[in-house]
Design a protein around this ligand. Structure first.
Ligand code: NAP
Length: 322
């Protein structure tokens, strides 16, 4: 049966769950459509569900595990009355209010929700290598975030996959901790900007493994090495690394909003005046609209902003200034 809600939050990472805490405390009884469990990073709880220890989220002196942090966020919002719907949004109609939302649970043509306002917090996912052992080893030597995990690789030999600006940036950052950082790139030329290339070439801790793709990951409970295959000769080589950072790009989880919400050329939602999108009553926060900072704390901060923007917007709609 269709439910009519003041606020529907789509996505349950730090941005969506912070928006849920704030809107729930404002008595707006939000429902969070939290996604469905899957093997990729667009699952309930978002990318932090695929991390292990988080040491840079303020307030946790000794760090906290990613899934535990998200579980705390979730319970905190629930305490104030947020509801959860474990499903994916499959279709959304933002052409007029109330907005119409269908989910993977929809049994008929009727939408599951009519929403006076929507907060989009669907996040982004790192492109991965699609290797068999990736899911098992992520957070155990395999990472997609140098800022988050670099600290754990002090004085170790590690590698970064990718030849773009992200890979250079991650590799340069990682040299602060690691003994050596090998950039594994599938071609002989980098895609990165000249300035980033120059910085990487000038860094004595950075080595390059050219014309190479990672075709196998090794290690039981912790990554111990990789097999790379030469893209020219097809020769396979085993290389020992304690850590592997995949930096081959990110994609925002915004497909379902294409053609309705304004996006940049990479699919990130464009926001103005805080978290407002091009559609009145639709707000966006977290990595779905941020390709620069991409941190749990910045996502949570923007989720708080979206909740305050929604609250003010609903207040103005219900009590317009005469
Ligand atoms: P990107 O520019 O798309 O580069 C992705 C890199 O990963 C490319 O080198 C690509 O190889 C490689 N790659 C892609 N799929 C692969 C696969 N399956 N296996 C192995 N390698 C693969 O992505 P990005 O580096 O994340 O950058 C995204 C955008 O953000 C860019 O516009 C970039 O300039 C910008 N950015 C800027 C900065 C900065 O200025 N400080 C920092 C980060 C990002 P090929 O080269 O062979 O295609």
């Amino acid at each position: 049966m269709t439910q009519h809600r003041e606020v529907v939050i789509v996505g349950s990472g730090p941005a969506g769950l912070t928006a849920a805490i704030y809107t729930a405390r404002a008595n707006l009884s939000p429902v969070v459509i939290e996604g469905e469990p899957s093997s990729t990073s667009d699952q309930p709880g978002g990318q932090l569900m695929l991390t292990t220890e988080i040491e840079n989220f303020p307030g946790f002196i000794d760090g906290i595990m990613g899934p535990e942090l998200m579980s705390n966020f979730r319970s905190q919002a629930e305490r104030f009355g947020a509801n959860y719907h474990t499903a994916k949004v499959t279709k959304i109609d933002l052409s007029g209010r109330p907005f119409k939302i269908w989910t993977s649970d929809s049994k008929s043509d009727e939408p599951d929700y009519l929403a006076e306002s929507v907060i989009v917090s669907t996040g982004a996912r790192s492109l991965m290598l699609d290797l068999e052992d990736e899911v098992r080893l992520i957070g155990h030597g395999l990472s997609t975030c140098a800022t988050c995990d670099g600290f754990f690789f002090r004085d170790l030999d590690i590698a970064v996959v990718g030849g773009g600006d992200s890979a250079m940036e991650e590799a340069i950052f990682l040299t602060k901790f690691a003994k050596s950082v090998t950039i594994i790139h599938r071609r002989k030329e980098l895609r990165a900007s000249k300035i980033m290339q120059d910085r990487a070439f000038a860094n004595s801790k950075i080595r390059f493994q050219w014309n190479s793709v990672v075709t196998e990951l090794h290690g039981e409970s912790q990554l111990e090495g990789v097999t790379v295959t030469d893209t020219v000769t097809n020769q396979e080589t085993r290389l020992d690394f304690s850590g592997l950072f995949v930096a081959i790009g990110h994609v925002p989880n915004t497909d379902v909003f294409v053609g309705q919400l304004e996006m940049d050329q990479n699919g990130y939602i464009v926001t103005r005046d805080g978290t407002h999108t091009n559609i009145d009553g639709v707000f966006a926060c977290g990595d779905a609209q941020d390709h620069v900072y991409r941190q749990a704390i910045t996502a949570a901060g923007s989720g708080c902003m979206a909740a305050i923007d929604v609250e003010r917007w609903l207040e103005a709609k219900h009590h317009p200034a005469s």
